[in-house]
Ligand binder design. Structure first.
Ligand code: ATP
Ligand code: MG
Length: 415
């Protein structure tokens, strides 16, 4: 198959846009007679006018050949070996040899052994093994052209997220790609091709077969990149969210008569999370999970009206414990993160009480999770259109809740 070759005059990528160290690596490989391409997310981001997070390089040089070319390098990876080239200041450029298949497509023997490990391929195979078309473009340092085997350029122009190859095959081979399709659609604002979207709905249950740590990593990227709201909205539309977290059917399924209201709260909360992240205020993972669990807890924790106050507290705390365990366990999250999420959720009613009393006890303010609990309180209040009283705002650093400026107490001047 002949790729589309886009000459330098017809695309906007210039060398000045490419990281200096990545350029050195590209040139050194090229000078030694190897094919040397910038690949993946960096080419996509440069074409979209964004600053890439990392500049990955692919070549026909084998790992040991790359290693001998760069003194400051190391071969890494157990099954799929690639080379990290290190530079001053801790910068690393990743160089991989063209591959014929993705590392997550496993061919197993009858006794469950992995049959293939490194299997090097041609540039075309390397493009075809990638996930979506806009991630499959190459920038060739030898003549500054873009090489397009997958129709990525056209999809960038028509703003479309589309699988490379047959979406059924792609998702069967590696179901994590469904989350990636959604994340890339959410962050670019592109629409998902109908065939790709239908295939997500057909294969969504297969996400359960994936390694929990890979699912967690891809899912957390959605929540942490400032695109949580559009990502979760798409995960709801395709029902992938319910395949990942079947217990959420309690709130988002038809059994809940208030499902629209709860869905609205869920998405508004994550809209605020996105706002904070875009303001460069990173949110701890524990709070991302606590926010995630908030709507379902609102449905589950009111307790029966016949319960006394003490029993209601007990019932509520136990429900929070159970929900935190049940929903987050298959996700392989550290115990510590889960514990803070739990504590921050439990602390919500204590914060409400403290506000009623007009005093936040010192022992509460000294708690390790106090800031997290107030952040969660603030997010919930903002999502519901309520105010956080100055008493609570003033107990935390002012940038924790940027929606409400801290009230400064006026000092009386002494004469
Ligand atoms: P980001 O900008 O968030 O880093 P990215 O597209 O660069 O996005 P990475 O996870 O860094 O994503 O992956 C680098 C490249 O590797 C992708 O652009 C894609 O071509 C390929 N890739 C990553 N994961 C998969 C996968 N599961 N299946 C096929 N190809 C993949
Ligand atoms: Mg990347």
């Amino acid at each position: 198959m002949n790729p589309l070759i886009i000459p330098r005059t017809e695309h906007p990528i210039s060398r000045s846009m490419i990281d200096e160290e990545a350029l050195k690596v590209l040139y050194r490989l090229h000078r030694h007679g190897f094919l040397s391409y910038l690949v993946g997310g960096s080419v996509r981001d440069l074409l979209l006018g964004k600053v890439p997070k990392d500049f990955d390089i692919a070549t026909n040089a084998h790992p040991h050949e790359i290693y001998t070319l760069f003194k400051n390098s190391r071969i890494i990876g157990r099954r799929f070996r690639l080379v990290h080239v290190f530079f001053k200041g801790g910068k690393t450029v990743e160089v991989s040899t063209f591959r014929s298949h993705s590392e997550f497509e496993e061919t197993l023997t009858d006794d469950g052994q992995i049959l293939r490990t490194d299997s090097f391929g041609t540039p075309q195979e390397d493009a075809l093994r990638r996930d979506i078309t806009i991630n499959g473009l190459f920038y060739n340092i030898s003549d500054f052209t873009i090489i397009d085997y997958v129709g990525g350029k056209a999809d960038l122009e028509r703003k479309m997220i589309r699988n490379i190859g047959d979406p059924d095959e792609k998702f069967k081979q590696d179901p994590v790609r469904m989350i990636r399709v959604i994340r890339h659609a959410a962050r670019t604002g592109f629409h998902i091709e109908e065939k790709t979207c239908q295939a997500i709905m057909r294969h969504r249950e297969e996400i359960k077969k994936c390694s929990p740590s890979r699912v967690r990593d891809e899912f957390l990227r959605e929540l942490k990149e400032g695109v949580a709201k559009p990502s979760l909205s798409l995960m709801l539309q395709t029902s992938l969210l319910l395949s990942l977290f079947p217990n959420l059917d309690r709130i988002f399924g038809d059994r809940n008569p208030f499902k629209d209201r709860d869905r609205q709260l869920f998405l508004s909360l994550f809209g605020l999370v996105d706002e904070l992240i875009k303001m460069n205020r990173p949110i701890p993972e524990s709070i991302l999970f606590a926010v995630f669990l908030t709507p379902i807890l609102q449905v589950l924790t009111p307790g029966h009206p016949s319960l006394g106050e003490r029993e209601r507290h007990l019932y509520r705390d136990q429900t929070i414990r159970l929900v935190t365990q049940e929903i987050l366990t298959p996700f392989s999250i550290s115990k510590g993160t889960k514990e803070i999420a739990y504590q921050a959720l439990v602390a919500q009613s204590y914060l409400r009480k403290a506000i009623q009393r007009g005093l936040i006890p010192k022992r509460m303010r000294m708690k390790k999770y106090f800031r997290e609990a107030v952040l969660l309180f603030g997010l919930k209040a903002k999502a519901k259109g309520e105010e956080v009283p100055p008493l609570l705002r003033n107990a935390v650093p002012s940038d924790l809740l940027p929606w409400w400026p801290k009230e400064t107490r006026r000092r009386r001047r002494k004469f």
